[in-house]
Structure formats: C-alpha cells, structure tokens
Design a protein. Sequence first.
Length: 294
Amino acid sequence: MNAVTPIPQLQPHSGSRIALRSSKTLGWQGFGAELLNVSAGLHRIPAFKHHRVGVHVGAPVRARCLCNERRHVRIQAHGDADVIPAGLDGQWNDDAACTIFSVWIGEEFAQRTVEQLALKPGSAQLRPQFQMRDPRFQHLAWALRAELEADDASDPLYAESLCTAMVVRLIGGAPTLDDRRRTLAPGTAARVIEFIDAHLDQRLTLSELAALADLSVPHFKVLFRETLGMPVHRYVVQRRVERAKTLLLQGKLNASQIALDTGFAHQSHMAHWMGRLLGVTPRELLFASRDRTT
C-alpha cells in the first residue's frame, strides 16, 4: 500500500524497536544499517524516501503483516528478508520479540547502480518482496552485518561494495563482461592505482574510482579484481598498511598520526589491520626493526 492510502489502524501501535547497533558513525554514505531489537506487538512503519530491507535474525517468529495492499501470515525464519521499496508503508504484528538486521538504501544510491547496469526500463526496479529466501543475498547481508558489529570495521569501501552487490541482487542485474575486456587497460589500472596511493588519507568511494576508469561501479569491481587479484577495498587496506609500515620504520611520526595519515580511523584500527595482514603489531614491528639494527 502506498503512502497516499493509509493502512487501516485496527489497534493502537504497541511494539517498540530498539537499535542495538547503528552504522551512523561508520562513514557509510547513501545507505546504512541497524541491528534492531523488536518487541512483540503491532508495529506501524511509515513510508520512507529510501528502500528498506529487514532480515530476520535468530529463532523463528510468527508474524502477520499488511503492506502494498497484501496481507501475509508467515513464520519468519533466520535469514528471511522483507524488501520494502521507497514510498510504501506497512504494519507488522509479531507474536514474540525478535531481532532484525535492517538495511536502508537511498534512492539515489540504488538508481545510480541501476543506471550503470544499463538494463531495460522497467526491468530494473526494487519490488516489494516478503519472506525472500535467497542464499546469495543472505551471504551479502551477513557480511554487512559483520561490518556493523565489528570492533574495527574495514574501510567504508567494503560496505559500499556489499550494498552495491545487494542492489544488483535485488534487481536481478548481475553484470556481464565483454569477451574482449576482462581486465582493466594498463593505463587505466595505473591511473586508478596512482589515485589510490595519492589519497590514502581520505575517504575513497567506488563511484569516484569507477569514474576514473570510465566504468560503472559493478563492472569496475569485477575488472579491478581480475586485474589486481583482490577486491578494491582489500587493495586499499593493503596499501594503507604498507604505507603505515614505511612511516613507522622511518620513526618521524607517532603511531596515532600515522594512523590518520594513512586513512585509518584510529591507532587501534591500524594495529588491527597490520596484525591481520603483516602478522605483527606496530610495536612488534618497531621492536623487530631495533633488534636488527643493534
């Protein structure tokens, strides 16, 4: 049911929704996510300007809902997803408390992805879906949830990549590659790499990197991975770690300043990724360096 025709309100709103986690401080742009504790009872959700996807987490719950002029009674199981496009409102009545991983996707973010896929008009729309069970979409959703809950999240590029893939999956428009072009042209690859190296201290986005290559974001992601052997976000993190290692060994700046200069959120974020990629913490790296020089 759209926002113009109100949903029949047969009983007062009685449910509560408490955010356990939120992406508000993670630097995600054009999309976001929350992990919600949803109580039993009636929940009326107004129409929003953005698209919403709610993924059920945990034990099954019996739910009754009214949305898009359709009534649904179902058992929501772990991983089941409801897709609510922008402009639709609805009401849900859950028999028991549950947890929902809620993702919102801005219309501009979704539309940009749709336009870049160059699909036929009308074939690339986010449509309302209820109790969607798609293993590939679940995989993307759980990866984004892991980013939301991580003590030291990856670069926002990773979350942007996941959300782009979620949009592609929802509209059924997986990119296909021209047989003649399965990697970035050497000059294009060099231009993108030089730009990344020159802007490691800044927030990089898939959109600006794809624009440098004159490609859509979905195609750029595929071609970059085929060319460099790793996803864009992983390459950026690796270059930040390598730059941080160089600066640490030079000994001219403290660790906190180096973390900021190489694009990490803070010192512990840098230490996390150095430990993960190099197998040593910044302190262990410095100790090892001093041992070799004495």
